[in-house]
Design a protein around this ligand. Structure first.
Ligand SMILES: [Zn+2]
Ligand SMILES: [Zn+2]
Length: 116
């Protein structure tokens, strides 16, 4: 069985298991939620404006907090390069690698959408 997110081979402990690890599951879920949300936002410009304002404030707060925290490097699942993650459990160094991942290749696959 191949993890639908990072492509790693693994032994599923349940027949419907799609991810090699909880990390992959969380990451994939978040990506799917983001995709669903941006779809919704595209249809609602007013909500988008409100959220943008909120995000800007939240980002400033996070940047302040980040300066105090030591930066931990991650290793990219696709190319193996070390990189500084922008959020917890980020697995890809760049959008290029992210779009090369099995999850993105299958993003049009509705079975996967339903599974989340
Ligand atoms: Zn995985
Ligand atoms: Zn990479």
């Amino acid at each position: 069985m191949k993890c639908v997110y990072c492509g790693t081979e693994f032994e599923p402990s349940r027949s419907n298991q799609k991810y090699c690890s909880r990390d992959c599951y969380c990451d994939a879920t978040r990506l799917m939620q983001n995709a669903k949300r941006s779809q919704r936002l595209r249809q609602n410009p007013e909500l988008r404006r409100q959220l943008n304002r909120k995000y800007k404030l939240a980002r400033k707060e996070r940047q302040k907090a980040d300066q105090k925290r030591p930066i931990k490097e991650s290793v990219c699942y696709m190319c193996g390069k070390k990189f500084i993650p922008h959020f917890k459990n980020e697995h890809f160094c760049s959008d290029d690698c992210r779009f090369d991942s099995p999850l993105y290749r299958d993003i049009a696959n509705f079975d996967l959408w339903r599974a989340l």
